[in-house]
Design a protein around this ligand. Structure first.
Ligand code: IMP
Ligand code: MG
Length: 167
């Protein structure tokens, strides 16, 4: 669906945008594991203001391709968010359930601001409203893999975004 070159160019542009928007600040990038990890590393390398990083893991999916609607914290952040300018970095916003839950949860920890940055967005699939501040690509309702996204834990390491043909 998207070549390595297209993805890299878009990440470069988002990195420049974030560097401008956060001039004089130190954004705290919160990666949602595991899918967001490839995107966060590439993005962080292209941000020119100082950044700090943290990781968390939530689960809303089993081995399937449909959201269960159940979101559980599997691994919490190491650092408090108090007075930080947080940017949540995700691989994809699909139904929006994971992110709306996560934003509400992290908001309670007193950050100065919270923004959401996602590599991919499938707006057609949205069930819960989420405000996305930075989007790499809006894509159609197809199940995709690569650049951190998996199908049953495989294909995360593909350097491009590919479509899985499910029968
Ligand atoms: P949401 O709560 O439905 O928005 O689900 C978001 C999560 O579902 C993402 O962080 C992914 O882990 C997973 N997901 C949604 N769509 C896809 C896809 O097309 N490929 C791989 N994972 C996906
Ligand atoms: Mg994910």
């Amino acid at each position: 669906m998207l070549t390595e070159k297209e993805v890299d160019a878009r990440i470069q542009a988002i990195g420049e945008q974030i560097s401008r928007d956060y001039a004089g600040k130190q954004p705290h990038l919160v990666c949602v594991l595991k899918g967001g990890s490839f995107f966060m590393c590439e993005l962080a390398k292209r941000i020119t203001v100082p950044v700090s990083l943290d990781f968390m893991s939530v689960s809303s999916y089993g081995g399937n391709t449909r959201s269960s609607g159940v979101v559980k914290i599997v691994k919490d952040l190491d650092e408090p968010l108090k007075d930080k300018d947080v940017i949540i970095v995700e691989d994809i916003v699909d139904s929006g359930r994971t992110l709306s839950y996560l934003i509400e949860l992290l908001q309670q920890r007193g950050p100065r601001s919270i923004a959401l940055c996602t590599l991919l967005d499938k707006p057609e699939r949205r069930v819960v409203e989420v405000n996305v501040d930075y989007t790499g690509f809006e894509i159609p309702d197809k199940f995709v893999v690569g650049y951190g996204l998996d199908y049953q834990q495989r294909y995360r390491n593909l350097p491009y975004i590919g479509v899985v043909e499910l029968d």
